[in-house]
Design a protein around this ligand. Structure first.
Ligand SMILES: C[S@@+](CC[C@H](N)C(=O)[O-])C[C@H]1O[C@@H](n2cnc3c(N)ncnc32)[C@H](O)[C@@H]1O
Length: 211
């Protein structure tokens, strides 16, 4: 049975991930930056297994350490609605500040027949040595400098036609002068991204990358 993992958008986007992973050419990798408790990771891995992407690897980047408000979000006691628009209630998870969350995420994903590489550490120092990326989900690196560094590292590894989920696109767009409007600004200046779909209720923009 599917686990009801607390989610900040990943589980809600499951059917959307599924469609784009179905269309992804074989042999490309999938990358999620900011996995939290693995809600989106679970959806990505399930879609990869369902559509037979046997040669693809799912790369998950996070500090995998419970911290501050994320502890309260996991427990469902924060003003943020843990379940958002997803059908069904997430299972609250009790975490201690500083707790290693990697065993929890591994456990959620263990039954899915997909190769997963867990990159535990600071996303601001992220390095990538996987294959070309077919689907990229960016749900961390909130500040402009960190986000641009991240894109500088990952963008050369995007396959032509890759699909990129900018998970905070509309949040940043609406919060003017906070120094966090970077996703919107970045894609506009780059000229290499084309709109595919928007999920403004989740603050998400899905874009097509072309060189
Ligand atoms: C918005 S949450 C991800 C939510 C997840 N994608 C979902 O749908 O449920 C962002 C994640 O990025 C992680 N994170 C934030 N800054 C980080 C950093 N500098 N290095 C590593 N992880 C970081 C947080 O710990 C958190 O798990």
């Amino acid at each position: 049975m599917k686990p009801m993992i607390p989610s900040m958008g990943g589980r809600e986007l499951g059917p959307v991930f599924n469609r784009f992973i179905e269309a992804m050419p074989d042999g490309l990798d999938v990358v999620e930056v900011g996995s939290w408790l693995g809600a989106g990771s679970y959806e990505l891995a399930s879609a990869m297994a369902e559509h037979g992407h046997k040669d693809s690897v799912l790369h998950l980047y996070d500090r995998f350490t419970a911290k501050g408000s994320e502890v309260r979000k996991a427990a469902g006691t924060y003003k943020y609605r843990v379940d958002g628009v997803a059908p069904g209630q997430a299972q609250p998870i009790k975490l201690k500040d500083g707790q290693d969350t990697l065993p929890i995420v591994r456990d959620f994903l263990k039954g899915i027949p997909v190769s997963v590489v867990y990159h535990k550490g600071d996303i601001r120092k992220l390095a990538y040595t996987g294959k070309l990326i077919g689907v990229l989900v960016v749900d961390s690196a909130k500040k402009e400098r960190d986000f641009c560094r991240l894109m500088k590292t990952l963008e050369p590894r995007l396959a032509p036609g890759a699909v990129v989920f900018f998970m905070d696109f509309y949040f940043y767009k609406f919060k003017k002068n906070t120094g966090t409007e970077c996703q919107h600004k970045y894609v506009k200046a780059s000229g290499k991204y084309e709109h595919l779909e928007s999920y403004e209720n989740l603050c998400v923009e899905v874009m097509h990358y072309g060189k």
